[in-house]
Design a protein around this ligand. Structure first.
Ligand code: AVJ
Length: 349
C-alpha cells in the first residue's frame, strides 16, 4: 500500500523558487508537479490484487478541505487531544532552547496547531524562522501568508515537496538549532518498519542540539477508534470516496460513488485502523485516460489507508530503532494521544 518512501523513483534535484517577499520564500520541487504520478498509481493499484490506492492521493484541494473538516469532528479526538497537549506544554518546549531556533514542520497543512508553538517560541526568543514542508502548494502559500500577516518577526521558507525531498532541503538549514515538528500522527500512515527507517534518515539530518517533536496516536479500544474513522455525519466517508471522485475528475473515470461504501475496521493485532472502499455490486468501471476498465465483484474492496496506532512501549521501540532518545512525553487527560520530544541518541551523532 503506502510504499511511497521506499519504492518511489529518486526525485530530480531541480527546484523552482519564488521569492514572494522579504520574509517569504516558496520552493517547489520537481516531483511535486509531476501530473502523471496519480495516473500511474491508479493504474498500478486498481489492477493489483487486492486493489489499493495510496492514501497520499487523498489530499487534492477537495480532500484537503474534507480533512480539515474531519479534524473538527466530535469523534476525531486526535486533533483536539494534540492541541490541548501543545497548549499545556508549549512554554516548556520553547524553554528547552537557549536561543532562536528554526522551526521546521513536515506535513504542515493549515498549520493551525503550529501557531501555539510559534507563539511560545517568539515569546521566548524574539525571532523565529519557520520552514514548513507540505505537498499542497496552495495550502502552503495560503497558510504562510496568514502567518506572516499575524507574526511580524517571523520569517518563512516554504517547501512544496514530499517528506524525503523536504528533508534534503531542510538539511541545508544549519545556522540555528532545529525543532522539527511531525504532528497529527502522520507517522501512522507508514508501516512500522518504514516509520523506523524514515525516522532514522531524519535523525541523520539532525545535529546534537536539534529536536524532533512528534504527535503519535495511541492504541485504544475498538469503539473509539472505529468511530473516529467512521463518523456519524459521514465526513470521513466523503473523504475516502473523494479518491474515486478524483479519478473521475482527473482521469475520466466513471465511478458511481453511490455504489461504493466506506468502511473502517480496527485490526487490533496489527494495531492499525484500515480504511476500505467496498463495491456494493458487481460492476465494471471505465477510466478513460488510462484506457482501462476496472472490474469489481460484489463486496470487493479497495484498500485506501492504514493508520497505525502505538503503545507506549512501541514508541520507545521506534525511538530505539531510529537512533533517537525519548526526552519527554506528554499525554492528554484521557490518555488517548501522545506528544513526544526526541533527541538524536548521543552515541549516534
Ligand atoms: C492524517 C494520516 C493522521 O490517520 O488519522 C483521518 C488521516 N484518515 N481520517 C489519520 C485520516 C481518515 C489521518 N492522518
Amino acid at each position: 500500500m503506502r510504499r511511497q518512501l521506499r519504492k518511489r523513483p529518486e526525485p530530480q534535484e531541480s527546484e523552482s523558487s519564488v521569492v514572494q517577499s522579504e520574509r517569504l520564500r516558496l520552493v517547489r520541487t520537481q516531483s511535486n508537479v509531476d501530473p502523471g504520478e496519480f495516473a500511474r498509481a491508479v493504474e498500478v493499484g486498481l489492477t493489483a490484487k487486492p486493489k489499493y490506492l495510496p492514501c497520499r492521493f487523498f489530499y487534492d484541494d477537495e480532500g484537503s478541505r474534507l480533512f480539515e473538516e474531519i479534524c473538527e469532528l466530535p469523534e476525531y479526538y486526535l486533533t483536539r487531544a494534540e492541541r490541548s497537549i501543545l497548549r499545556d506544554h508549549a512554554q516548556e518546549i520553547a524553554s528547552r532552547f537557549s536561543g532562536p531556533v528554526t522551526l521546521a514542520e513536515l506535513g504542515s497543512g493549515s498549520a493551525s496547531k503550529t501557531r501555539i508553538l510559534i507563539e511560545a517560541l517568539l515569546a521566548r526568543h524574539g525571532a523565529l524562522r519557520y520552514v514548513p514542508v507540505d505537498i499542497s502548494h496552495s495550502m502552503l502559500e495560503e497558510s504562510s501568508r496568514a502567518l506572516l500577516e499575524e507574526y511580524r518577526s517571523l520569517e518563512i521558507l516554504a517547501i512544496a515537496a514530499e517528506y524525503r525531498e523536504g528533508l534534503r532541503r531542510l538539511a541545508r538549514e544549519t545556522n540555528r538549532p532545529k525543532l522539527i515538528l511531525w504532528l497529527g500522527s502522520n507517522v501512522g500512515n507508514l508501516y512500522r518498519e518504514e516509520a523506523a527507517e524514515f525516522l532514522e534518515s531524519l535523525r541523520r539530518s539532525m545535529a546534537p542540539p536539534d529536536r524532533l517533536l512528534m504527535g503519535i496516536d495511541l492504541r485504544k479500544d475498538r469503539d473509539t477508534l472505529e468511530h473516529a474513522y467512521d463518523d456519524a455525519r459521514g465526513v470521513t466517508a466523503r473523504f475516502n470516496l473523494n479518491l474515486l471522485a478524483r479519478i473521475n475528475r482527473e482521469l475520466g473515470g466513471r465511478f458511481d460513488l453511490a455504489s461504493f461504501d466506506h468502511r473502517a475496521v480496527y485490526n487490533q493485532e496489527a494495531g492499525r485502523v484500515e480504511l476500505y472502499l467496498v463495491s456494493q455490486k458487481a460492476q465494471a468501471v471505465p477510466i478513460e485516460s488510462l484506457d482501462l476498465v476496472v472490474p469489481f465483484k460484489k463486496n470487493e474492496t479497495i484498500d485506501t489507508e492504514y493508520s497505525f496506532k502505538y503503545s507506549l512501549d512501541e514508541i520507545q521501540g521506534l525511538a530505539f530503532a531510529a537512533g533517537l532518545t525519548l526526552e519527554r512525553q506528554w499525554l492528554d487527560r484521557k490518555q488517548r494521544f501522545s506528544v513526544n520530544l526526541f533527541a538524536p541518541a548521543a552515541d549516534k551523532s
